[in-house]
Design a binder for this molecule. Structure first.
Ligand code: NAD
Length: 437
């Protein structure tokens, strides 16, 4: 089977490599020439564990190639997955410019049946727009060629993307024809041979499922952050509360961690987009609006803790950040809490020293010389007045406090991810603050 994946970012590249791995011939398409050139030479433009090996292996086997022109591969593929970006528009709604560009290119050049599958996160009604854009181009050419559209939202997590794709909890597929259902079954069956977990549904429901899932997860985070902030004020410990409520099977243990707010390319924009969809349909998503407000507040919490500990005297101080990516195991800094924290620290006149195992280049690209880049976590903490843990990479979890005590100038540690043992850090001679206790 021959397929094309349009958009070779975090989702498109993983999707392409994983389909190639099960024997499908995949062409990954992207308008970014630089990205495609790199990929052709075996260079992976993003950090995702296991991705490089998978891409190189399948490229070598001749099942995975790359191009900048979708039209050049249209004749040989039957299924086209669109995984282009859907960034927030100025008003918060999802910008469908790229999704519709892809649809129009397909309509302009297709010569036989195609199944066009949207993998990007798109609002309800987008498949209808995709269908319309393709049909309009076909009409201009005076052609009557059959095609189907489908919705196949992606649920992979950056940092664990390959295993999420290879062995998903479920695959959601919205279709409106038997042929589309058959093709999607054929493509996903090899991943789910013993337990076929593809949930077929109508297209609007599939489109909505993705937003509902991300909004539910964002809600859990903001809810726990709200509980944590109250715990601090009343003398409770959010970690104990988390254990207490997580043991209830109706609640479950996952996604109950308090921290310094959610970021990334998905939760913030998807929550905004769902609020906007509701507005456009005369409804108010009251819960989600509160989820957003709590998250915005939470992204500044480490700064406020520092500000309180130093009684508003931040100017001239040196602050170290461990972690820049919005979560561990990725180099992605889109909407990362670290960015807000750095901005506030710089505005307050601090010197900021940073270290992240994978996101240093991305930080340089975004912030240039505004901060000092260290080669490792201990160099980052050199002469620092305070150390702030922002992203809970594994290598930050058990630091040598004795070394830090000798090399840091100050004694303040603020743990934005609640990973350290308070007693141990205090015993080592540090003033320790965390979230929610
Ligand atoms: P990304 O920005 O990493 O990649 C998008 C790619 O599309 C870019 O390389 C861009 O150059 C390319 N592109 C844009 N217009 C194009 C066009 N007309 N033709 C070909 N290529 C084009 O984005 P991403 O993180 O992979 O996200 C893609 C979609 O998947 C978004 O809708 C996102 O919400 C959704 N999603 C992302 C994740 C995630 O963890 N990143 C998870 C699930 C769903």
């Amino acid at each position: 089977m021959n397929i094309a994946i349009v958009g070779s970012g975090y989702v498109g590249l993983v999707t392409g490599a994983c389909f190639a791995e099960i024997g499908v011939n995949v062409t990954c398409v992207d308008v970014d020439r630089n990205k495609i050139e790199k990929l052709k030479q075996g260079e992976i433009p993003i950090y995702e564990p296991g991705l490089k090996e998978l891409v190189l292996k399948n490229q070598k086997a001749g099942r995975l190639d790359f191009t900048t022109t979708l039209e050049s591969v249209l004749d040989k593929v039957q299924v086209i997955f669109s995984a282009v970006g859907t960034p927030p528009d100025e008003d918060g709604s999802a910008d469908l410019k790229y999704v519709l560009q892809v649809a129009r290119t397909i309509g302009r050049y297709m010569t036989d049946y195609k199944l066009v599958v949207t993998k990007s996160t798109v609002p309800v009604g987008t498949a209808r727009k995709v269908r319309h854009a393709i049909q309009e181009e076909l009409d201009k050419r005076g052609l009557d060629i059959k095609f189907d559209v489908a919705s196949n939202p992606e649920f992979l997590k950056e940092g664990n993307a390959i295993s999420d794709f290879m062995s998903p909890d479920r695959v959601v597929v919205g279709v409106e024809s038997e042929k589309a259902k058959e093709l999607m079954t054929k493509l996903y069956k090899p991943f789910l041979i013993n337990n076929f977990r593809v949930i077929f549904m109508d297209i609007p429901s599939a489109e909505m499922t993705k937003y509902a899932a991300n909004s539910m997860l964002a809600t859990r985070i903001s809810f726990m952050n709200d509980i944590a902030n109250l715990c601090e004020r009343v003398g409770a410990d959010v970690n104990m509360v988390r254990n207490g409520i997580g043991a209830d099977t109706r609640i479950g243990r996952k996604f109950l961690y308090a921290g310094c707010g959610y970021g990334g390319s998905c939760f913030p924009k998807d929550v905004k987009a769902l609020i906007k969809t509701a507005e456009q349909n005369g409804y108010e998503m009251a819960v989600l609006k509160a989820v957003e407000t709590v998250n915005e507040r939470q992204k500044s919490i480490l700064f406020h803790k520092l500000d309180a500990a130093w009684q508003h005297e931040l100017a001239g101080k040196t602050v170290t950040l461990w972690g820049l990516a919005f979560k561990p195991e990725t180099d992605d800094m889109r909407e990362a809490p670290s960015l807000i924290l750095i901005r506030k620290l710089l505005e307050a006149g601090c010197t900021v020293r940073v270290y992240d195992p994978e996101a240093m280049n991305e930080c340089r690209r975004r912030l240039g010389d505004a901060v000092i880049y260290a080669r490792d976590m201990y160099e980052a903490a050199l002469d620092a007045d305070a150390l702030l843990l922002v992203t809970e990479w594994k290598e930050f979890r058990l630091p040598a406090w004795g070394v830090l005590k000798k090399t840091m100038s100050g004694r303040l540690v603020i743990d934005g991810r609640n990973v350290y043992d308070a007693g141990e850090v205090r015993e080592a001679g540090f003033e320790y603050h965390c979230i929610g206790k």
